[in-house]
Design a protein around this ligand. Structure first.
Ligand code: F6P
Length: 341
């Protein structure tokens, strides 16, 4: 078969491991030809491809980012975009498409699947907020980076008797903040799912200072105070309408400093969380997803996404996975709250 593969949306450690697995299994076990599209849906619109064989994927397993490049291009937001996608697939003789992405990239895949294109999606996002799968690859790596940063910040924060506010990624879901905060022993964890009470946050910081240690606050970029203050965003949006966030950490540090009378600084981890080599968990998960995607293609499955349930790789309808985001349940937040203050 001739299979097209693309990576869309924010990059994520493990993308190259999926590409490698699709090529290794497809080419070696099925005699497939695999064509990579450059820069997500942009490459499909423009018909820009790169042939992928065993040599092309050598050394990709531990490599961060995506060798195919990525973009947030949405073909359905462009006039004639869907027709251009179909024309490219027909011209290149692509029989099945394996898009690797989050809710946006897979949302496009679902619409193409409905229109008769054979699509098998692979879920990725460091945010871990895709429904239908227990985990997405990239999340474990991002949490590891954030946890290491928190570990390091404890010693410098304590030495200077200052509050450190660590802003992590997570626009709508606070999985990274929750896991990194729990793993790193944060004084407070603030998530988008749970608007926070500033007075309570200040009280936790004061209590921490009283115990002779300095507070570390772990804050998702999408976290907001219950009273609606401190809202920060650049105002710009991408092709899928997402606002670019940033600034909650700095805003919070300023208020905490005023209200505790102790210096507070913000540390924004940003894209450090998305770069670099994937963890062993993400390498294995990404590899298993790639292998399962090839199986699904050869079984004639379409409109499905490979997913992790427990320790099994299963197939779920893409539409189910993209219908809503997987948010942090309140009971998971309650577990972290035990350690606040
Ligand atoms: O969806 C993944 C993600 O890393 C989010 O956590 C973050 O809000 C967003 O991408 C940032 O996107 P960009 O790299 O385009 O600024």
């Amino acid at each position: 078969m001739r299979i097209g593969i693309l990576t869309g949306g924010g990059d994520c450690p493990g993308l190259n491991a999926v590409i490698r697995a699709v090529v290794r299994k497809g080419v070696e076990q099925h005699g497939d030809e695999v064509l990579g599209f450059r820069d997500g849906w942009r490459g499909v619109l423009d018909g820009e491809t790169v042939p992928l064989d065993r040599t092309a994927v050598r050394g990709l397993l531990p490599r961060g980012g995506t060798v195919l490049g990525t973009s947030r291009t949405n073909p359905f937001a462009l006039e004639g975009g869907a027709e251009r996608v179909r024309a490219t697939l027909e011209r290149l003789g692509i029989e099945a498409l394996v898009p690797i992405g989050g809710e946006d990239t897979l949302g496009v895949a679902a619409r193409l699947g409905d229109a008769g294109v054979q699509v098998v999606g692979v879920p990725k996002t460091i945010d871990n907020d895709l429904e239908g799968t227990d985990y997405t690859f990239g999340f474990d790596t991002a949490v590891g980076v954030a946890m290491e940063a928190i570990d390091r910040l404890h010693t410098t924060g304590d030495s200077h008797h200052r509050t450190l506010v660590v802003e992590v990624m997570g626009r709508h879901a606070g999985w990274i903040a929750l896991h990194a905060g729990m793993a790193g022993g944060a004084t407070v964890v603030l998530l988008p799912e749970r608007p926070f009470d500033l007075d309570a946050v200040v009280a936790h910081c004061l209590r921490r200072f009283e115990s002779g240690y300095s507070p570390i606050l772990v804050v998702s970029e999408g976290a907001r105070p219950a009273d609606g203050g401190l809202v920060t965003s650049t105002g710009s949006t991408d092709a899928f309408g997402h606002v670019r966030l940033g600034g909650i950490g700095a805003a919070l540090a300023q208020v905490i400093e005023e209200r505790t009378g102790r210096e507070a600084r913000a540390v924004v981890l940003g894209h450090v969380q998305r770069g670099g080599t994937p963890s062993q968990f993400d390498r294995v998960l990404a590899t298993r997803f790639g292998l399962a995607a090839v199986d699904a293609v050869h079984d004639g499955a379409t409109g499905v996404m490979v997913a992790l349930r427990g320790t099994d790789i299963v197939r779920v309808p893409i539409a189910e996975a993209t219908a809503r985001l997987k948010l942090v349940p309140l009971e998971r937040y309650a577990e972290a709250e035990v350690f606040f203050g």
